[in-house]
Design a binder for this molecule. Structure first.
Ligand code: SAH
Ligand code: SF4
Ligand code: F3S
Length: 437
């Protein structure tokens, strides 16, 4: 029997899907290349914005139709979206063809749910409402890649940014024991992985729940000693991102000078309404310091436009930060109401038309900035990790700043670190040529 997992959402969800894959393979299934070859189809969902949820509902509808012709097909829907009780309820009643509904807190039990469906041929729904997932360390992970790997370091989120659903569907923060993180990273390096990305909704909170002095800087220093590789992390919270951490990143040999530092808004008033706990000035002081000690750093961000009550002046503060920082990449979103969050109840919601118009102005500015950033790389030489064949027969590779550079070369270079010189660029891509040592 074959399985196929479709994933929406963030890196953490992608990584959870690798855990699901491991659990499914324990039951004797093998991975299918596409959904039409699979007997088990899993939709691993996200609910961060309404659009993400709408897409999943559309997809369940399409699969239900296919199931009419292939009644033996098993459909599972789970993850963040179904961790919301009312959504799970809706899917269960509206789509009788869905066999398994699971949440985020009980992902570990997917294999048991699958057994029930296979043996008893009945629908199972399990979205236990315990506060967060119990961390189990003996679950096999079916990794999607053999060069780059995600490693969880902290689960859940305690921040309750007023617009965000994540704390409700992922539970409270729980750090993973440092010895298990070390073991996992060591094993990955022994197995030839070249790049590790540490994952958490707010990696800067790592270890705070241990109350023994362990923090994110300590973790980075320990992991840095495990070999020669690239170490990345995401996401950081500007409130908890401190100067000690910037110095640690600078002093370690493996930690890449690449920082994802979500701004959300540049207006002090909106940042406060978002419950983010920093100011525009604090944020700019951080990015100034990052570039002062690491001039080669790349910084990316997340921004929301059209948060309730956002005025043109507030929006200009966001534009100002984007202009001043010069992000290599910005993930920009129009505010989306999430029921159950504090911002959903705010009265001064912004009309879609204004959200769209601001979004386009921000996008235009960021595109200009991305182009400038890429232009500044022209003629420079970078060490890149070759990831494989990409578009138009070119090899795709990334430098330490996580910038993608495409170049013409032999596919056998996949997995190697090589040097390339940037010879061309546009807003979204960089092109290089291979150079000798
Ligand atoms: N924990 C991470 C990101 C989580 S979600 C962090 O704090 O950085 C990824 C991004 O989605 C957020 O950074 C935010 O920009 C965006 N987002 C979250 N809730 C949203 C909402 N209700 N509407 C629009 N964008 C949202
Ligand atoms: Fe959401 Fe804020 Fe937590 Fe990020 S830090 S997951 S934006 S509540
Ligand atoms: Fe989405 Fe859940 Fe990630 S809501 S962004 S998949 S934590």
């Amino acid at each position: 029997m074959k399985y196929f997992i479709e994933v929406w959402g963030c890196a953490m969800n992608e990584h959870d899907a690798e855990t699901l894959g491991g659990l499914i393979e324990k039951k004797g299934f093998i991975k299918a290349d596409n959904y039409s070859d699979a007997q088990l189809i899993v939709l691993h969902t996200c609910c961060i914005r309404a659009k993400a949820e709408d897409k999943v509902i559309g997809r369940i509808g399409a699969l239900s139709k296919i199931k009419k012709k292939r009644p033996e097909m098993i459909i599972a829907v789970g993850g963040c979206m179904t961790q919301q009780e009312e959504v799970a309820q809706y899917i269960q009643t509206r789509f009788k063809d869905v066999d398994i509904i699971y949440g985020t807190h009980n992902l570990n039990e997917f294999d048991k749910m699958l057994t029930t469906v296979l043996e008893e041929k009945k629908q199972v729904k399990n979205i236990s409402c315990t506060d967060g997932m119990e961390i189990k360390e003996d679950i096999p992970i079916k990794r999607n890649d053999n060069l780059k790997a995600y490693v969880n370091i902290i689960y859940g989120c305690n921040n309750f940014c007023s617009y965000c659903i994540v704390p409700y569907v992922r539970g409270r923060e729980k750090s993973r024991e440092i010895k298990f993180i070390i073991e996992e990273v060591k094993a990955l390096l022994e197995n030839g992985f070249k790049e590790i990305t540490l994952l958490g909704q707010n990696v800067n909170s790592y270890g705070h729940d241990f109350n023994d002095g362990t923090n994110f800087s300590v973790l980075l220093k320990v992991l840095d000693k495990l070999g020669d590789y690239r170490l990345r992390f995401m996401s950081s919270h500007p409130r908890d991102f401190d100067y000690e951490l910037i110095d640690t990143i600078n002093k370690t040999k493996n930690v890449c000078h690449q920082i994802h530092l979500p701004l959300q808004s540049g207006s002090d008033r909106i940042i406060k309404e978002m419950n983010r706990g920093y100011t525009k000035e604090h944020y700019l002081a951080l990015t100034d310091y990052i570039f002062k000690v690491m001039p080669d750093a790349t910084i990316s961000t997340d921004i929301i436009v059209g948060f309730p009550g956002e005025t043109e002046e507030d929006f200009q503060d966001t534009m100002d930060v984007v202009d001043k920082v010069g992000y290599d990449q910005a993930y920009m979103f129009m505010y989306s109401i999430r029921e159950g969050t504090r911002a959903a109840k705010m009265e001064n919601q912004i009309p879609e038309k204004i959200k769209k118009e601001r979004f386009h102005r921000l996008l235009t500015l960021q595109n200009k900035k991305s182009l400038e950033k890429n232009k500044a790389m022209l003629g420079k030489v970078y060490e890149v990790l070759v990831e494989g064949l990409g578009e138009k027969g070119r090899l795709t590779a990334r430098n330490r700043g996580n910038k993608v550079i495409n170049f013409t070369g032999d596919p056998s270079l996949t997995g190697d670190f090589v040097k390339v010189k940037v010879i061309d660029y546009n807003t979204w891509s960089l092109y290089g040529e291979l150079i000798g040592d």
